[in-house]
Write a protein of this length. Structure first.
Length: 337
């Protein structure tokens, strides 16, 4: 199969502006897949004559990805699993993961929203997200009624954003391809609200039983999609240079966190503030919704200021990290209290 030529997007050409931009988000999505394709090609070349692989299928897959063709989040997971297995000199497992990656098909352009399932996809998502979450949390399949209600609330919040903050809605659709509703377990020690993982690019996980109104759902979408946005900016350069072993008191969480986590939380707080401001400037909210949005925006400002103080005092930022945070700081300085 031949794939149409598309202009390649360089990470350095993607503007680090603060305000959401749907076209830039599509560039980021294309860049993430292109970088995956280039990396897959290098891995495949290194495995030549060593592993019993379908090299023609892997070449076709590399070419499709290099053109920026959107694939399912599992394509990224299979790649990372294969590389990890190779580093561990487990060639049998590496072969299996590369074979799975070679079989991944381009996904349809429309965003999908639905519950976690119990198939291979769901197992991959559960294992990958579970490994990155705090201990005492788990992900499970929501009850059918909970899942249906979640889908309706998600669509309602996205419809609100389409009218009040269309660039944010477009950005979310460009970098979030699968919205997955989950629920926690009966013995969990705390509550999972939402999350994403750079090794599952394009997937966003939300607690299907929470975010019970349009304002809460819109805010969590601004929050979690901003994490994916930051992941997308970091294909060639990290945001911070602090060691992960260095922990700092986090104004946004009870437990100390690495600087990268505090940086993320600070930046996304500004994005949430922006989203709530857009909703308040529209004429689409009820009186009750306006009160909720006002309260959320005040909380977002407090969280940003507290987080920025820690980043400013202790953060060792890269040029990219400095640009992104400076732009968020400039927005917050100009924004209405």
């Amino acid at each position: 199969m031949r794939y149409p030529s598309r202009p390649k997007v360089s990470p350095v050409s993607i503007r680090p502006d603060f305000v959401p931009d749907a076209k830039r988000a599509e560039q980021i999505n294309q860049c993430m897949h292109s970088e995956l394709g280039r990396s897959l090609r290098l891995v495949t070349e290194a495995c030549a004559q060593r592993l019993p692989l379908d090299y023609q299928a892997l070449e076709q897959q590399s070419a499709a990805l290099e053109m920026g063709t959107t694939h399912a989040p599992t394509a990224f997971a299979h790649y990372y699993d294969a590389v990890t297995a190779l580093l561990q000199q487990d060639e049998e497992r590496a072969t299996g993961f590369l074979e799975q990656l070679a079989q991944e098909k381009p996904r349809p352009p429309a965003q999908t929203v639905g519950p976690l399932d119990d198939g291979p996809r769901g197992q991959c998502y559960r294992e990958r997200m579970g490994a990155s979450m705090r201990s005492g949390l788990s992900l499970h399949i929501p009850a059918p009624e909970t899942a249906r209600s979640f889908i309706d609330r998600y669509k309602g919040a996205m419809n609100l954003l389409e009218h009040a903050a269309p660039e944010l809605a477009g950005e979310i659709r460009s970098i979030v391809h699968e919205v997955v509703g989950v629920t926690g377990g009966p013995n969990d020690q705390s509550e999972f609200h939402g999350g994403s993982h750079y090794q599952l690019w394009g997937a966003l996980f939300l607690n299907a039983g929470l975010h019970t109104n349009r304002i809460e759902m819109a805010e969590v979408l601004a929050h979690e999609s901003a994490h994916s946005l930051l992941f997308g900016f970091c294909t060639h350069e990290p945001l911070t240079l602090n060691e992960d072993s260095q922990l700092f008191d986090s104004p946004l969480r009870a437990d100390p966190r690495p600087m990268d986590g505090i940086y993320h939380a600070t930046y996304v707080s500004a994005r949430m503030h922006w989203a709530m401001s857009q909703l308040l400037e529209s004429e689409l909210l009820s009186n009750d919704e306006r009160e909720l949005a006002h309260a959320a925006r005040e909380r977002d400002r407090e969280n940003f200021e507290a987080g920025h103080q820690v980043v400013d005092e202790h953060g060792l930022l890269t040029e990219l990290g400095s640009q992104l945070m400076d732009n968020a700081r400039a927005y917050m300085a100009e924004a209405r209290p």
